[in-house]
Design a protein around this ligand. Structure first.
Ligand code: DGL
Length: 282
């Protein structure tokens, strides 16, 4: 090897390992994306994570597409300024509304969240499936196109769940108030003989125990944290960005509206104590 090429390969190796040790950026309107972050951490324990909860603008479900697109761009740009090597848009609403334009604009891997419509329809014996989503997702044309594309002849019931994200953000995900709200969404779906229930919002896995109690064993709940994690692993591996085995995991949590309540809730839902830092005003 010539001196120049030796120098070049050292430089490449140094840059590569620097990139590989950089964090994965994850964001959501609030705590919901922690259901994805938790799964990512379980499967990639030595990857560092920067999680952003856009609590000042939560919930996204009742916001216009323009507001959501603007927030997604600002959060992604901020994460990129923190040198993340990939971004997980851990929010169904932000994914259906803003991921295409984000991917067209930035040049690091962007992984989104898509509800598990395809496997639900494929494995439904009754050929009746239901999707729990936010109000913004329920009327989004990209989401509706996705349902039509993947429902494979099954009947798909779309249930917007107004107010549920707010209760989860308040830490009331195990309360009687939450049970009543969820029950009101589920009873009409059960009357329609569904046997697969797709959680189309990353907040909803935090009420999946409650949902299971209401729908019983006949209905399978379909979540997306694992497929998203698998897609992230494929992307990192394809781009040679997986952290080295000796890299030590670090987590940083940020929010656009910090409070002691939120810091405690995020630590509880993620399953690890973490201090919450304030996101600079974007
Ligand atoms: N967790 C989000 C989702 O998956 C956002 C919910 C919201 O803010 O309305 O859609």
């Amino acid at each position: 090897m010539t001196q120049t090429s030796a120098l070049f390969s050292t430089k490449v190796a140094t840059n590569e390992s620097k990139v590989n040790s950089q964090a994965i950026g994850i964001f959501d309107s609030g705590v919901g994306g922690l259901s994805i972050a938790k799964c990512i951490h379980q499967h990639l324990p030595n990857e560092s994570l920067i999680y952003v909860a856009d609590s000042l603008f939560s919930p996204y479900g009742d916001k216009s597409s323009n507001v959501i697109i603007e927030r997604v761009n600002k959060l992604a740009d901020w994460l990129i300024s923190q040198h993340v090597k990939a971004i997980v848009v851990a929010c169904n609403t932000a994914t259906v509304i803003a991921i295409d334009q984000l991917r067209a604009r930035v040049n690091i891997p962007i992984i989104g969240v898509e509800p598990a419509i395809k496997p639900a329809a494929l494995h439904s014996a009754t050929q009746k499936i239901a999707l729990l989503v936010t109000e913004a997702t329920a009327v989004n044309h990209r989401f509706l196109a996705l349902v039509n594309k993947h429902k494979n002849g099954a009947e798909a019931f779309i249930q917007p769940c107004a107010g549920l994200v707010e209760l989860i953000e308040q830490g009331l995900h195990e309360s009687e108030q939450c049970h009543q709200l969820v029950n009101g969404f589920l009873q009409p779906l059960l009357k329609n003989n569904i046997d697969k229930l797709v959680l189309g919002c990353t907040h909803y896995p935090f009420v999946s125990t409650m949902i299971k109690e209401i729908v019983g064993k006949e209905v399978t709940i379909m979540e997306t944290a694992l497929p998203v994690t698998e897609q992230l692993i494929r992307q990192l591996s394809h781009n040679n960005l997986l952290a080295n085995g000796d890299h030590v995991f670090e987590q940083s949590f940020f929010s656009s509206k910090v409070s002691p309540h939120l810091e405690k809730l995020m630590s509880t839902l993620f399953g690890k104590n973490s201090s919450l830092q304030s996101l600079p005003l974007l």
